[in-house]
Design a protein around this ligand. Structure first.
Ligand SMILES: CC(C)(COP(=O)(O)OP(=O)(O)OC[C@H]1O[C@@H](n2cnc3c(N)ncnc32)[C@H](O)[C@@H]1OP(=O)(O)O)[C@@H](O)C(=O)NCCC(=O)NCCS
Length: 245
């Protein structure tokens, strides 16, 4: 099976490595906005995303995977490729442990050392990164990223496009909202609504992310449930560095 890798950055190289470790799979090369030429470790960059869509029928590839850490970019490209009818393959590293009773969506990547328990449902286009653990009956929704070493206890729900930073711990039964981000080392012991940036032990609010900041400007906000809002929120529009490229 010949696979194209969309994204020639850090996560792209992780995916290249994963494919090379897999039986019956072969990397064709990368697609990246940098255009053509030589990509990581001597593998070719075959073109950009537009070239991939336009030349798909003659490409002789069996499928592609979008290997971009940033959730929003990964989602945008995944949706474009899916709409063009390009098969988006899910990849599981041969040294990941995925229960036969788990479900893994299209285009999702499960990295080396990750564990996915029975009854877990992982959506489309997710990343379960190196050494992350997603225990029984968890639900990880589309386009989410569980960063390296994070641990989700049983029956945790993670929203669409959420990112749990490296080493995040979540106690059983918690729900984390869409697009919410946790910083490295966060311990989540209460439900988190959509569009928050939280850090620390236990998780505390740093700020509302874009959509809620928009609401703040319109004077319609205040539903975090994480206690008193702090002066940290007086930094509207600040971009978080949490999301890799
Ligand atoms: C949480 C995070 C996204 C915040 O980035 P940011 O928006 O640039 O925020 P800042 O660096 O301005 O930090 C804001 C405050 O939170 C604190 N903070 C930031 N990250 C923290 C963390 N992981 N744990 C505890 N406190 C943290 C800062 O010290 C600062 O506190 P202060 O206002 O009292 O000085 C980032 O620090 C982080 O943890 N990233 C991890 C991403 C990751 O794991 N990526 C893996 C990709 S595979």
């Amino acid at each position: 099976m010949k696979i194209g890798i969309v994204g020639a950055g850090g996560h792209g190289r992780v995916v290249l490595d994963l494919i090379l470790e897999s039986r019956g799979m072969e990397p064709a090369g990368f697609f990246d906005q940098k255009g053509g030429g030589e990509g990581p470790y001597g593998w070719p960059i075959l073109g950009d995303e537009t070239a991939l869509v336009e030349n798909w029928s003659g490409s002789r590839l069996d499928g592609v995977v979008v290997a971009i850490g940033d959730n929003r970019s990964r989602r945008r490209i995944f949706e474009r490729l899916a709409a063009a009818g390009i098969p988006l393959v899910s990849l599981i590293h041969r040294r990941a442990q995925v229960s036969r009773f788990a479900r893994i969506g299209a285009g999702t990547v499960i990295c080396a050392g990750a564990v996915v328990g029975p009854g877990a449902v992982i959506g489309d286009n997710c990343i379960i990164n190196t050494g992350a653990s997603v225990d029984h009956d968890c639900r990880v929704k589309d386009h989410a990223h569980i960063c390296p070493g994070s641990v989700l206890a049983g029956a945790v729900t993670v929203g669409e496009e959420a990112m749990l930073g490296t080493g995040t711990l979540v106690i059983p039964g918690i729900t984390i909202g869409n697009k919410t981000i946790t910083g490295a080392g966060t311990v989540v012991i209460r439900d988190l609504p959509d569009n928050l940036l939280v850090v620390g032990v236990p998780a505390r609010l740093i700020r509302h992310l874009e959509e809620e900041e928009d609401d703040l400007e319109k004077g319609t906000n205040g539903r975090s449930g994480l206690g008193k809002e702090t002066d940290r929120q007086s930094r509207p529009g600040k971009k978080t560095n949490g999301q890799p490229g």
